[in-house]
Design a protein around this ligand. Structure first.
Ligand code: ATP
Ligand code: PRP
Length: 221
């Protein structure tokens, strides 16, 4: 008797992308069990209506890590996270047309006292040190990054850094903390990601990509 293969693991971020991702996943035939929506539930792994797949709920940056290492075969994550890690094992075949925002440089409205025009070195508070270093390096500037996991916008006023690199959507968080956006580094949206090795060896992963691709044009429109 042949054994059923282990379930595919689909990783989703636990925060703000999830609300937009669930209807897209549903259209692709992935619906988590009711416990997934129960805030009191402590389990992080859930069955789905597709009996051959489980959903895990992890932090956005960890979605990319689980998939890159093959611990999950597929997932949904922002292009900001994909770009930050630059994992060679990640393939991002479908733009899901959700989670739109941008990653930008910002500084105090009155200036930050460090002028990239003259300076060859700046200090930047960010959750995205790799993207930040690459961006400033392209302009011939060495960025010293102070890694924070949130509330970056506090850093300039408290003397931690001259600038921040953070996600911007409405711009309200920047404005509320006396900062102005000076450069857009990249536009961001959420992507389907898969592990490259799993895509080559497991036909269920290729079929999953096709299911999301079939939605593709409608989603990105
Ligand atoms: P964290 O690790 O910060 O707790 P999380 O697991 O809660 O993150 P989500 O909040 O679901 O993850 O996803 C964060 C992603 O949402 C970002 O990486 C980005 O791609 C996307 N996003 C879209 N709009 C915004 C916004 N205004 N602010 C932050 N992220 C946004
Ligand atoms: C995000 C981001 C900015 C803000 C941008 O924070 O880090 O602070 O949203 O959105 P806006 O331009 O519409 O104000 P989030 O609310 O996800 O909190 P966190 O990053 O501190 O976890």
């Amino acid at each position: 008797m042949t054994q059923a293969p282990p379930p595919l693991i689909f990783a989703v971020p636990k925060g703000r992308i999830l609300k937009e991702a669930l209807p897209v996943m549903e259209r692709a035939g992935i619906e988590p069990e009711p416990a997934f929506h129960d805030r009191a539930e402590r389990s992080l792994s859930f069955t789905t209506t597709d009996g051959a797949m489980r959903i895990i709920r992890v932090r956005a940056f960890d979605v990319a890590t689980f998939v890159a290492f093959g611990a999950a075969q597929a997932g949904i994550v922002g292009s900001d996270v994909i770009e930050e890690f630059d994992y060679s094992e990640l393939y991002a075949p479908v733009d899901l047309g959700i989670g739109h925002c941008r990653l930008s440089v910002a500084e105090p409205a009155g200036g930050c006292g460090e002028s990239p025009g003259n300076a060859s070195h700046v200090r930047v508070a960010t959750k995205y040190p790799a993207i930040t270093r690459r961006f400033f390096a392209r302009h011939g500037i060495q960025a010293e990054c102070v890694k924070l996991n949130g509330a970056m916008e506090l850093a300039p006023a408290l003397g931690l850094s001259g600038r921040v690199v953070d996600l911007v959507d409405t711009g309200r968080t920047l404005a509320g903390n006396g900062l102005v956006e000076t450069q857009v580094i990249m536009q961001v949206s959420a992507r389907l990601i898969v592990n490259r090795a799993a895509l080559k060896t497991d036909p269920r992963v290729a079929a999953l990509v096709e299911r999301f691709r079939a939605l593709g044009d409608k989603l990105a429109a």
